[in-house]
Design a protein around this ligand. Structure first.
Ligand code: B1M
Length: 216
């Protein structure tokens, strides 16, 4: 698919036009485009523009919500394609992923979960607004060897550190690797709270998790 296609896809998010978004995504799927390209080069660029305009007061919450709904409809269709591409692979590791307590942003986290799954990891996505004790109990129950935490808001970032401390207190930290991500998360912050890695996008998350588990 060419740049014009990705620009049109981005525009559907900006315009809040879910019908056109779904039409374009289905068209792209039929033409065997790379689904991650459609998310990163198309839909995500649209939502970033709306997010920037929201930050500067050019658009308001209702427009942001509409744009997010369009993005979600598009990513759901694309996530299905991403999942299909990884169906036959053997699990490279067991992972739990969620967005931390106080934060309900789920689009980026879900994209990361789908791409990791498609790349051979067994991923348990426990959703949004996840409390410290729920991360810990799911890691224990599923015997995961990687925990992924996402946050887009600045304030709930501290929950990531609380989860890592709880893991230490419960003797889980040695055996479970931790990766964090989301737009406010930096290398410095990850070091400060004692995470093993930070993922800047879905492909980077795959690269880092592979490395953490010794696959590269
Ligand atoms: Co919100 N929001 N939002 N929002 N929103 C931001 C984050 C914001 C930066 C917008 C702005 O002001 N410019 C701002 C945060 C400011 C701050 O704290 N510093 C903000 C705000 C303020 C809010 C509310 C408080 C607004 C309000 O109510 N007044 C509210 C928060 C409610 C809450 O959480 N308690 C709110 C609500 C919403 C919507 C519900 C409308 C909607 C979310 C819908 C949904 O998720 N279902 C929404 C959206 C869409 C955004 C923006 C515009 C876009 C987020 C997104 O989906 N990006 C966002 C602006 C921005 O990010 N610049 C914004 C696309 C997605 C593919 O990228 O999520 O970054 P992203 O994920 C990437 C990477 O970050 C990385 O890989 C992903 C794929 O490339 N990654 C990981 C993410 N997690 C990872 C984990 C990993 C590894 C990589 O390992 C575990």
């Amino acid at each position: 698919m060419d740049q014009e296609y990705f620009d049109k896809l981005a525009q559907t998010v900006i315009d809040g036009d879910s019908e056109e978004c779904v039409r374009l995504v289905k068209d792209g799927i039929q033409q065997r485009m790379n689904p991650l390209d459609a998310i990163e080069k198309g839909l995500a660029r649209g939502i970033m523009k709306v997010g920037d305009d929201f930050g500067t007061g050019v658009v308001f919450l209702p427009e942001l919500i509409m744009a997010a709904d369009v993005m979600k409809k598009g990513t759901e269709l694309l996530d299905e394609q991403i999942a299909l591409s990884g169906l036959k692979r053997q699990a490279l590791g067991k992972m739990v992923i969620g967005t931390v307590k106080g934060d309900i942003h789920d689009i980026g986290k879900s994209v990361v979960a789908s791409v990791l799954q498609a790349n051979g990891f067994d991923v348990n996505d426990i959703g949004i607004d996840v409390a410290v004790e729920d991360f810990i109990s799911t890691v224990k129950e599923t015997k995961a060897n990687v925990l992924g935490m996402s946050a887009l808001l600045t304030l709930p970032l501290q929950v990531m550190g609380e989860v890592i401390n709880a893991m230490k207190n419960q003797g889980l930290r040695e055996e479970v690797k931790v990766i964090v991500g989301g737009c406010p998360v930096t290398e410095e912050f990850a070091d400060e709270i004692g995470a093993d890695a930070v993922g800047f996008d879905a492909s980077d998350a795959v690269k880092k998790v592979r490395r953490l588990l010794g696959h590269d």
